[in-house]
Design a protein around this ligand. Structure first.
Ligand SMILES: *Cc1c(COP(=O)(O)O)cnc(C)c1O
Length: 419
């Protein structure tokens, strides 16, 4: 059997370096826990960026996948198959919408939403052909295609991949006024994450989403909610928009919709919106395949019980209370945490950069058996599977507290010895 180091070296030599993974090589997993090739166990506090909301190896999802694997896996959309109707109806009902357009990855679903919004703008709103624009937010993350990175404000994501696709207006996240000002006669949609995940789990000000909804309605502009990471139970509601009582015109879903088994994404909207797409105008060889629909239907079944949303809400309250107790400088009883944001089982923890980078904190957490991921320098994001036990969740926060204490002690040792 290869060792961790050998597997990492070979991976680095033979794959593009588009990621900078933590030095752990995972071999198996169950629930909220993963085991590496050396047999060491870790609590998964990333959950595949919320793709694993229902846990690793969720028995109901696995059973649906295994049954389907034996029977039928792919037809293409050239034919109907017997799992398609149930999946589309289930997902449309979960969203309170008329219909579904299934794709595979999140970025494909965002691309689909952009195409649908433009087409709707020309066919329904009456925008001059070629003139449609879409209002998007600073610090957004919607995926990695050339069009999507065209309106990213993250230089790593955007620079070097031009020319940029035109037709997007970038405004400050959290300011409804900025959206109102950016909208003109050619605006077809506002594309927004109800909570910005990759940006560091940024929750917009109270009332903001409701205002955005109002502005879109007043201006005959579609509100597109990218709920790829925030949706499907993570925040304690089925959708992050639910918390604000907001219903978008289009839901963009992905990640957890595939149950951690296969990529499944979708755009969900009413017939007046999705109906603008006619045969031949959009498609995907794999979108809506039988295996994806079987897994997606199992996921929808789990969400219908409300059990996962309730867990995220209850355990999220525990998580946030415990994390907030870490706020404050180490010499004043805190743990060097500057801010904690998020909702439900989803948190962005800003660590004082003077005690260490986010990467250093995550490496130290890994050595203590917790897998988490940093973002934007000094933010740690925590998003364990919603099946995590309260005991394990508390243990993970204990490890974070211990790591921060260790790091700030070594910082104060260094500053004492150098003074
Ligand atoms: C992950 C993510 C995407 C992109 O999904 P992929 O499956 O990686 O293409 C888009 N939007 C949001 C909010 C995401 O978190």
């Amino acid at each position: 059997m290869s060792t961790t180091r050998e597997l990492i070296e070979l991976s680095e030599r033979r794959s593009a370096h588009n990621y900078h993974p933590l030095p752990v090589v995972v071999r198996e997993a169950l629930g909220a826990w993963v085991t590496d090739v050396e047999g060491t166990r870790y609590l998964d506090c990333l959950a595949g960026y919320s793709s694993l909301n229902f846990g690793h190896g969720n028995p109901e999802i696995l059973k649906a996948a295994q049954d389907q694997l034996q029977r039928l896996t792919l037809t293409s959309r050239a034919f109907f198959h017997d799992r398609f109707a149930d999946f589309c109806q289930g997902l449309a009902d979960l969203c309170g919408k008329d219909m579904v357009l299934p794709m595979n990855t999140g970025a494909e679903a965002v691309e689909t939403a952009i195409k649908v919004a433009r087409k709707w703008g020309y066919d329904v709103k009456g925008v001059t052909p070629g003139r449609a624009n879409i209002v998007v937010m600073e610090d957004n993350f919607h995926g990695r295609t050339t069009t999507i990175v065209s309106f990213s404000t993250d230089p790593d994501a955007r620079d070097g991949f031009g020319p940029a696709t035109p037709g997007f207006t970038i405004v400050k996240y959290g300011s409804a006024e900025a959206i109102r000002e950016a909208i003109d006669a050619d605006t077809v949609a506002v594309l927004i994450e109800p909570i910005q995940g990759e940006a560091g789990v940024l929750v917009p000000p109270a009332g903001y989403l409701a205002q955005v909804r109002e502005i879109c309605t007043e201006n005959n502009v579609l509100l597109i909610a990218d709920e790829i990471q925030s949706g499907l139970g993570r925040t304690g509601d089925t959708f992050a928009c639910d918390h604000d009582g907001v219903v978008p015109d289009m839901y963009v879903l992905g990640k957890a919709l595939g149950g951690g088994v296969v990529p499944v994404s979708a755009v969900v909207a009413d017939a007046g919106v999705l109906g603008v797409i006619k045969p031949g105008q959009h498609g995907s060889t794999f979108g809506g395949n039988p295996l994806a629909c079987a897994v997606g239907s199992a996921v929808i079944g789990l969400l219908r019980t409300g059990e996962y949303q309730a867990r995220a809400k209850e355990l999220g309250a525990v998580l946030h209370e415990r994390l907030r107790a870490l706020i404050g400088p180490a010499d004043q009883g805190g743990h060097g945490v500057i801010a904690v944001r998020g909702r439900g089982l989803w948190a962005g923890v800003d660590v004082d950069p003077s005690i260490g980078t986010g990467r250093e904190v995550c490496e130290a957490l890994m050595r203590r058996g917790v897998l988490a991921k940093d973002t934007h320098g000094s933010t740690i994001r925590l998003a364990p599977p919603l099946v995590v036990s309260e005991e394990d969740l508390n243990w993970a926060v204990d490890q974070l507290a211990a790591v921060l204490s260790e790091l700030s002690q070594s910082v104060s040792r260094i500053s004492t010895s150098s003074s």
